[in-house]
Design a protein around this ligand. Structure first.
Ligand code: MN
Ligand code: MN
Length: 462
């Protein structure tokens, strides 16, 4: 007899002990990735490193050599900030199975001229990147990562604050004793963007008595000794402030992970891990790991850039195909837009429709739509595609649920889904439910992270 009622499944209850072990193993692999991929550049480096280990070839070399064949594995490094992984199938005209996710995360970027001294401290001015609650970034240990170029064109990689022996950086907040006025402000106004100044030093030891800014001079001296850089070089740099330290197991049952940048490295890693463990697919499989989603997918490293389309065009050129095949290849594709979704939080139930919100521990979440107030601005996926996905997931023991980004008139958020949909491809948002999205440390369930990977692998192989 048909089962008349529907209830989503709890991953922890459904899995065998053997598969539960895989959940924890996968969680550990993901945590290792997180700790090596704290910025979009570092994530790109790490994805390429993992892909090279599995025999993926640099696509720039493939273009130079001028030939491609079925079963080849490629990676395309796009400006060191986004990357495509691909296993070439039999006929691109049939379309591709694509998982796309983003590798950038909310953070604080340094301004062009960041370094100044005031109150006997040296500080760095920042401009936050993406949607942040500014007050959350004060009074926590911070690290700095990025690149800076010297006058002679040398690219210097900066990374301070991750090693246990490294010093960390810090942003001050007002002491509670003097916060009567601040406490009356809204959370949005209590700490302002211009107050997110990062303390980087306070010593005036061994300074020149004439020097009016001895702390700043000392910091410049230390930077010059370690990295060979001078103050002018800050103008030719991309330096990012992120929470210092590694991802952590959460809960006495170690069932969850707290880390910076789960949004969207959890979906990025799920896509990477899935592709790296697929052999000889008949259809071309693709992983797109893109930058700039958090500021609206703009620029040549974002999903809106044409690097992926250009890559397909290069392959078809090497296969002596006509330009129309590029259009057919993209239009016939199927895409999972991998991005995190909000999980039900019992402390803040009022913003969600508990019946339709994704539940922590109930598996990967698919969202037909992500917009709010009339589905504004979202890619409203086609039911025909969802029907295909249901069959793929159910026949591969993927535990999945549906989710939505808040109550109808509440929030909403963007993803990269609409960008690939414009080619004609079938696209749906499919990712991991999580808590405290965009906080310096975010929280999610290992069971949901694992099911995300399992969903992507089943989809890519379909
Ligand atoms: Mn995201
Ligand atoms: Mn986000």
């Amino acid at each position: 007899m048909d089962i008349l009622r529907f209830e989503s499944k709890n991953v922890w209850k459904e899995l065998s002990n053997e598969e539960l072990e895989q959940v924890y193993d996968y969680g550990q692999r993901y945590m290792d990735f997180l700790d090596n991929a704290k910025t979009e550049r570092l994530a790109t480096d790490e994805i390429i490193r993992l892909a090279e280990e599995k025999g993926f070839m640099n696509f720039d070399d493939v273009v130079k050599n001028g030939n491609v064949k079925t079963g080849d594995k490629y990676y395309l490094n796009n400006h060191n900030k986004s990357v495509v992984l691909m296993i070439l199938g039999e006929d691109l005209e049939e379309g591709m199975n694509i998982v796309g996710a983003h590798v950038d995360a909310p953070r604080l970027d340094l301004k062009a001229l960041p370094l100044y001294e005031e109150g006997n401290m040296a500080l760095l001015k920042t401009h936050y990147y993406g949607g942040v609650k500014k007050y959350q970034w004060t009074c926590i240990p911070l690290a700095i990562h990025g690149v800076i170029f010297t006058k002679d064109g040398k690219k210097v990689n900066i990374s301070i604050g991750e090693d246990d022996n490294d010093p960390v950086l810090y942003i001050n907040d007002l002491l509670i004793h003097l916060s009567a006025d601040q406490m009356k402000k809204t959370l949005a106004e209590g700490v302002t963007g211009e107050q997110l100044n990062v303390v980087i030093g306070s010593s005036a030891a061994n300074s020149d008595s004439e020097d009016k800014e001895p702390v700043k001079s000392n910091i410049l001296k230390l930077l010059n000794e370690k990295y060979g850089i001078v103050e002018e070089d800050f103008q030719v740099a991309e330096l990012e402030i992120v929470p210092a330290g590694k991802s952590r197991h959460v809960g006495l049952d170690r069932s969850m992970i707290a880390a910076h940048g789960h949004d969207d490295r959890v979906c990025s890693f799920a896509g990477v891990d899935a592709i790296l463990n697929i052999e000889n697919p008949s259809k071309t499989v693709v992983g797109l790991f893109v930058d700039k989603e958090e500021i609206g997918s703009v620029g040549n490293t974002s999903m809106d850039g044409l690097f992926f389309e250009n890559m397909i065009a290069e392959i078809l050129h090497m296969q002596n195909k006509t330009p129309i095949v590029l259009r057919r290849s993209l239009a016939n594709s199927k895409v999972l837009s991998g991005d995190v979704n909000v999980g039900f939080d019992p402390s803040f139930p009022e913003v969600l429709d508990s019946m339709n919100a994704a539940k922590i521990g109930h598996g990967v979440s698919i969202s037909k739509y992500t917009g709010s107030r009339g589905k504004g601005g979202c890619n409203d996926a086609n039911a025909e595609f969802i029907a295909d996905l249901r069959n793929i997931f159910n026949s591969n023991d993927v535990i999945w649920q549906t989710g939505e980004l808040g109550k109808v008139d509440q929030g909403g958020g963007g993803t990269i889904a609409y960008i690939l949909a414009k080619y004609g491809a079938q696209v749906i948002d499919c990712g991991t439910p999580m808590l405290s999205m965009h906080a310096p440390m975010e929280l999610l369930s290992k069971a949901d992270a694992y099911m995300t990977m399992k969903a992507y692998k089943a989809f890519l192989q379909s």
